[in-house]
Design a protein around this ligand. Sequence first.
Ligand SMILES: [Zn+2]
Length: 252
Amino acid sequence: MFDVHAHLTDEAIYSDLDNVLKSARESGVSRFVIPAYSPLFWERAKMISENNEDVYFAVGVHPLFLSDKEPEGLREELIRHPKCLAVGEVGLDAFPPDADMDLQRSWFAREAAFAAERDKPLILHCRRAYSDLLELLKAQFAVKPVRFVLHSCSCSKEEAKAFLDMGAFVSFSGTLTRTNARKAKELARYVPKDKVLLETDSPYIGTNNVRPPDVRPAQVMEVAEAYAEITGSTLEEVGIFTDKNAERFFVL
Ligand SMILES: [Zn+2]
């Protein structure tokens, strides 16, 4: 099983990284992607990937961390690293009342162009701004299309349709495991199976059994079980096709 979104760089996990990876591997997680969302974590993500064959990383600046300073030239250097698979996580977040959406939009347009120019996919974070995100992606597609995944997607299936028409991948997280997650379950049944990825967003998104900040990549198995049950698949089938999807998405 592939955890396409695990914050192995963040203290809750990093402070016990070897044990976290060991127990995830024992649970059946075979590959991990670190979306290094702030320049403060980029070098650490690279180092973890170099030390662990089954760990990959992405570089980007999360919409709520735009003031973190980006060392000049570092992004250009890292995007050429053989274990750097994507640009992310980047996107739009209108949740905080004081969010500067103009700044987020212009920043995101640059991130999308950067990914497209280098033929790397985008790992997208979005809260309460799906229509803006769609508009910005369309503007990028008019110049050059880019592969993208909606990470821990919280949109309705109606909202998802426009993104799927543009080739979106959708990644499901612990939200799917909660008994009251009606919207996420509906979306899981709606997204074509060749576009589904699985993730934990560890340590941040809780599952039915584990609360943040205790969530670890091993919990991707709980997400996979929930997805299998919701869609009437077996766990084995889910493991096979989500692995293939991740390989296609990241070009592995
Ligand atoms: Zn994340």
